[in-house]
Design a protein around this ligand. Structure first.
Ligand code: SF4
Length: 169
């Protein structure tokens, strides 16, 4: 069982009402037990919504000190934390050990996130959901470095991607 950012599978849950469909992720998902999840929707945010970025570090958000603000400066930390804990709850319910989450997102990013200035710049760090899942021992892949266990050797080979952590989008 693998949990995947719903936007990577073509679900229109992105902040602008669109998606981040990746055809190789869609192909990987076919015939497998997958759970599409959008933490920001699970946190109660609408779609479309005003984009958010993490102010301070992700660790501080999880520990209750940092904040997630939208572009208007409104505090959405509570919604991001709720989405993260809902995602963790689902992962535990289904005994999920690995996830594929969309890089750079303030929820789903697992190597880089936008830096909080809404200028398109990124910084190293995890999104709120990725940070929480990692803290609970769940392996977080992004759309470019996934390697899913449990398939045949050929499937595993086909599903492998080298980690190019700083490839941006
Ligand atoms: Fe995609 Fe995650 Fe953003 Fe939802 S929160 S739109 S799943 S990147």
């Amino acid at each position: 069982m693998i949990l995947i950012s719903a936007c990577l599978l073509g679900v229109n849950c992105k902040y602008n009402g669109k998606n981040n469909l990746k055809y190789d992720i869609l192909e990987l998902a076919k015939g497998k037990n997958i759970i599409p999840v959008c933490p920001e929707q699970l946190g109660g945010l609408p779609t479309p919504r005003i984009p958010c970025e993490i102010i301070h570090s992700t660790g501080e958000v999880i520990d209750g000190c940092g904040k997630v603000l939208n572009k208007r400066g409104e505090d959405k930390t509570e919604e991001f934390l709720k989405g993260a804990y809902e995602t963790l709850h689902i992962a535990k319910l289904y005994n999920v050990k690995e996830v594929i989450l969309k890089e750079n997102s303030p929820s789903c990013g697992s190597n880089f996130v936008y830096d909080g200035t809404f200028s398109g710049k990124k910084k190293r760090g995890d999104g709120v959901t990725s940070a929480l899942l990692k803290k609970h021992g769940i392996i977080v892949h992004n759309e470019d470095n996934y390697h899913i266990k449990g398939g045949t050797k050929d499937e595993e080979k086909n599903n492998s991607r080298n980690l190019h952590a700083n490839n941006g989008d």
